[in-house]
Design a binder for this molecule. Structure first.
Ligand SMILES: NC(=O)c1ccc[n+]([C@@H]2O[C@H](COP(=O)([O-])OP(=O)(O)OC[C@H]3O[C@@H](n4cnc5c(N)ncnc54)[C@H](OP(=O)(O)O)[C@@H]3O)[C@@H](O)[C@H]2O)c1
Length: 316
């Protein structure tokens, strides 16, 4: 099968090539992949940005966490959906390929007729937005800040927080470029950074880290929670003297870390998210879409920070 493969000798650390078809084990289905989406973290890993505690996958590993397609071969143990079912699938690797063997616990069912390219944007970005927002607690009537809002996670987070009844403040480094789109997704305010907030917030979903995280923490109301989802800035966090006093600036505020891979039981949420796309309640429109031979363009744009939102690779 054709796939996007880890290859250190390539400029981006990735190349399109042939590799062996995957063989599903018990409890796995074989999916004929129709579309896969790229995430900044995985392409950065291929390009050599390996976070502490993580290894770069071996050469020839198929890139990608997110893929959608149809079940070509059902699981031999009788679990999971039958042949022909449209599904969206999650995993650490193996997505950007014509075929994917995936455990039934890592897939959601997609309503028939839903664009599988849109569905393929959901696993990492959609699940992260949904589950990280839940860490904040109930959102109805709360002021919620989403940083890095123009990105894959940010766009879903703005929509889901708005749907949940929050007053959503979106921050983006370029409000002129992204403001209208973010308001259309449900942002009540679009600002250039947390420092521009006029009122405190009850919760933060931070995709950027560094100075943005510190500023966002300062904007937290008492008992507020900041979920540290992403570290796109590549900066460390330097809190000032007094930031963590928990005095009049806000008692009992928390910063919690988040790792999607540690949250488990992905199927029901993936099915729910795909249903939201199907009903039109969730906009999963990619920012870039093209074939496998053009995937290098999307990888370069993601690494160069010129692509905001999801990139979808169509396969067959
Ligand atoms: N913890 C987890 O389990 C988990 C899961 C998924 C993703 N993540 C991480 O969460 C972050 C967001 O993921 P994503 O897929 O939404 O990424 P993305 O599409 O690349 O979006 C990241 C956004 O961060 C903002 N940003 C601000 N300063 C930046 C800088 N110096 N460099 C790059 N971006 C900057 C940009 O938005 P503006 O231009 O609007 O400011 C950008 O669109 C990434 O760091 C990713 O690795 C973590």
């Amino acid at each position: 099968m054709r796939a996007l493969l880890f290859d250190r000798s390539a400029e981006t650390g990735l190349r399109v090539g042939e590799t062996a078809d995957p063989v599903p084990g018990p409890g796995e289905v074989l999916v004929r992949v129709r579309a896969a989406s790229l995430n900044f973290g995985e392409v950065a890993l291929a390009a050599g940005a390996v976070p502490a505690g993580m290894d770069r996958p071996p050469e020839e590993t198929v890139l990608g966490s997110d893929a959608a397609g149809t079940v070509q071969q059902a699981a031999t143990d009788g679990s999971g959906p039958p042949v022909g079912t449209p599904v969206v699938t999650f995993g650490l690797v193996g997505a950007v390929a014509e075929l994917r063997a995936v455990p039934v616990v890592l897939l959601g069912v997609v309503p028939s007729g839903v664009d599988l390219g849109a569905a393929s944007t959901l696993p990492v970005a959609g699940l992260t937005a949904l589950r990280a927002l839940r860490r904040i607690g109930p959102l109805l009537g709360r002021r919620i800040l989403v940083t890095g809002a123009s990105g894959g996670v940010g766009r879903f987070a703005v929509q889901l927080a708005s749907r949940a009844g929050a007053h959503v403040v979106a921050t983006t480094s370029d409000p002129a470029a992204h403001g209208d789109a973010l308001r259309a997704l449900g942002a009540d305010e679009v600002l250039p950074g947390p420092g521009a907030l006029s009122e405190p917030v009850d919760g933060v979903l931070d995709q950027v880290g560094g100075r943005v995280l510190v500023e966002a923490f300062r904007a937290l109301r008492e008992h507020g929670t900041l979920v540290a989802v992403g570290h796109s800035s590549g900066e460390g966090e330097a809190f000032g003297f007094g930031d963590l006093f928990g005095n009049d600036g806000g008692h009992d505020r928390s910063v919690v870390t988040f790792f999607l891979g540690a949250t488990g039981d992905f199927g029901p949420d993936l099915t729910w998210l795909a249903g939201q796309v199907g009903s039109g309640a969730l906009d999963a429109e990619p920012a870039w879409r093209g074939g496998l031979d053009d995937a290098g363009d999307a990888v370069t744009a993601l690494l160069g920070r010129t692509l905001h939102g999801k990139a979808v690779v169509d396969l067959g």
